[in-house]
Design a protein around this ligand. Structure first.
Ligand code: UDP
Length: 244
C-alpha cells in the first residue's frame, strides 16, 4: 500500500531511500510497466500551471521528493516525508543494490556522447549491471519510432529518461505502454553527472538544503525558473492556512 502526502493535489510518496529502492526491485520482479518521477519544487509548480503534467504526476507509480523544497512543503503541511530522495541518489542506489543481480538498464537522453560516457563509467563502477542500450536525447519525431523499437528489442528492466522536465515526464507517460521497460524513471541532468561532465552539488549544499543556491551560482540563466521555489513554499503555506 502506498503511503503518500498530498502536496498541492499531488501525491508524493512518504518513503525512505531504502523503501524506494525496494519498491523498484518489486516493480522489476512483478513485470509490467511502471513510471517513476522525481519532482522538485519547480516541477510541482509547473504542474500547477500545466494540467497535463498534473495528470501525469498523479498517475505515477512512485513520486519521490527530490529537493529540500518538497521536503519542507511536506513538513509545513504536517505530514513530513521521511527524507529527500533525489533522482541521482536513487539511480546510484538502484545500481548499487541490483547490479549483482544483472539488472539491465537503458540510458536515453542528454547531449550526444554523454549517455555513452555515463554508461562506460557505470559499467566500471557497478560490475554485473547490464547496459541494454544508450541513445542521446536530441532526436526528431521521425527518429522516435526507431528509438522505441530499440528499447523494445532490448527490453530493459530499467529505462532512465534524461530529457529534462517536463519533456521526460510527458515522453514516458505517452509511451509507457509501448516501451517494453519494467521501470521508467525521469532523471533530468543525471547523465551529465554520471558521465563526469558536470559536478554534483557539493555535500555541504546538499546537506543544508541549499542545492538551489549552488545551482543558481552555476546556472544563473535558471534564475527566473528558480523563483518557483519561493512561490511553491508560499502556495503550500496558503494551502495550509486555508485548508485547500
Ligand atoms: N535534454 C535532452 N533533450 C532535450 C532537452 C534536454 O536530452 O531535448 C537533456 C539535457 O542535455 C540534460 C538533461 O536533459 O542532460 C536535463 O536538462 P536540465 O538540467 O535542463 O533539466 P531539468 O533539471 O530541468 O530536469
Amino acid at each position: 500500500m502506498r503511503k503518500t502526502v498530498d502536496i498541492l493535489g499531488i501525491p508524493v510518496d512518504a518513503i525512505t531511500m531504502k523503501e524506494a529502492v525496494d519498491r523498484v526491485g518489486a516493480f522489476v520482479s512483478k513485470g509490467g510497466a511502471h513510471a517513476i518521477y522525481t519532482p522538485n519544487a519547480e516541477i510541482m509548480m509547473a504542474a500547477q500551471r500545466d494540467p497535463e503534467l498534473n495528470e501525469i504526476l498523479k498517475n505515477a507509480d512512485m513520486l519521490v521528493a527530490d529537493g529540500a523544497g518538497v521536503v519542507l512543503a511536506s513538513k509545513l503541511l504536517g505530514r513530513p516525508v521521511p527524507e529527500k530522495v533525489s533522482g541521482i541518489d536513487l539511480v546510484r542506489e538502484i545500481f548499487k543494490t541490483y547490479a549483482s543481480t544483472g539488472l539491465s538498464c537503458y540510458l536515453l537522453g542528454a547531449k550526444p556522447g554523454v549517455a555513452q560516457e555515463a554508461a562506460d563509467r557505470i559499467k566500471a563502477k557497478y560490475p554485473g549491471l547490464v547496459i541494454a542500450g544508450v541513445r542521446d536525447g536530441y532526436f526528431t519525431e521521425q527518429e522516435e519510432a526507431e528509438i522505441i523499437n530499440d528499447i523494445g528489442r532490448s527490453s530493459p528492466d530499467l529505462l532512465l529518461v534524461a530529457l529534462g522536465a517536463p519533456k521526460q515526464e510527458k515522453w514516458i507517460y505517452k509511451l509507457l505502454g509501448r516501451l517494453n521497460a519494467k521501470v521508467c524513471i525521469g532523471v533530468g541532468g543525471t547523465f551529465d553527472i554520471l558521465s563526469g561532465r558536470m559536478r554534483l552539488c557539493p555535500d555541504f549544499f546538499r546537506r543544508n538544503g541549499l542545492e538551489w543556491l549552488y545551482r543558481l551560482c552555476k546556472e544563473p540563466r535558471r534564475a527566473r525558473r528558480m523563483l518557483d521555489l519561493p512561490r511553491f513554499i508560499l502556495r503550500v503555506l496558503y494551502a495550509r492556512v486555508t485548508g485547500r
